[in-house]
Design a protein around this ligand. Sequence first.
Ligand code: SAM
Length: 273
Amino acid sequence: MDDPQFRKLLDFFGLSWGGYRKVRKGVKKRVARHMREMACRTVEEYLLALEKNPELKKQAQQLMTVSISRFFRDRALWQTMEDHILPVLIDSPKQKIKIWCAGCACGEEVYSVKILWERLRGRYAQLPQLELWATDLNPELLDRAQTGIYSLSGLKEVPEEWRSRYFSQVQEKHFAVSDFLKEKIFWKVHNLIADNPPGTGFSLIFLRNNLLTYYRDELRLPAVRKVIESLFPLGFLIIGAHEKLPPGLQTLFPFPHHPTIFQKTPTSPETNP
Ligand SMILES: C[S@@+](CC[C@H](N)C(=O)[O-])C[C@H]1O[C@@H](n2cnc3c(N)ncnc32)[C@H](O)[C@@H]1O
């Protein structure tokens, strides 16, 4: 598949050319295989087939997703989480803290939150209840997340001591996350563009390396607005290291300790009671 054909596919799904720059080759391969299976000789034929059959369209959309992730991706961010964000949440009067990892791929980010929460258990007499929502467009990735087996490369930012405490080795280069970390996680198929958030009253939302990287401008703003609506006043939104928020969001202000963390204004139209 050449680049102009690939562009047609991206346009069809509202995806961004720039976002797919580094991963184009692999995605093209997957889609080309799907086209062959459906006996489509051109992208035009393929798109027509997708338009006629919502199930095939869903399959194609999942093939376009990129699942690259790793535990404690952007290590400095997780230090800020440990030093500033989680302590603020823990010290708040809330008895239950709701966190949402949107577009969580195979769960590396989700279990990173869980591990950090476990680390803090030793520092506080009592922690509030943690309700963790983990969503992704691609159900296959969520299945893999729930199985919780990861290759060594995904664990390269996990300190050795944490690796032996929170994982067990299942093969030469594969590790399984401990079962107790899997508790109280709500896994759900969710489309950031088409669906409403999986709940309201979140204190912290991870929105990293998905919507803001892979989608076109016109789809990003309404989708981010919906995400912000589900945040509590003064709740935190975390975006990816190379991402920017779309202009026009008045309800967020930068958090001083890290450039990819934003906080919701105390009162705003994008606020839940
Ligand atoms: C590169 S991974 C990012 C994983 C993790 N957030 C991180 O930063 O390490 C991108 C994920 O976003 C998901 N995704 C893409 N489009 C989505 C959408 N419209 N709604 C929900 N998830 C989406 C993909 O399925 C994929 O798992």
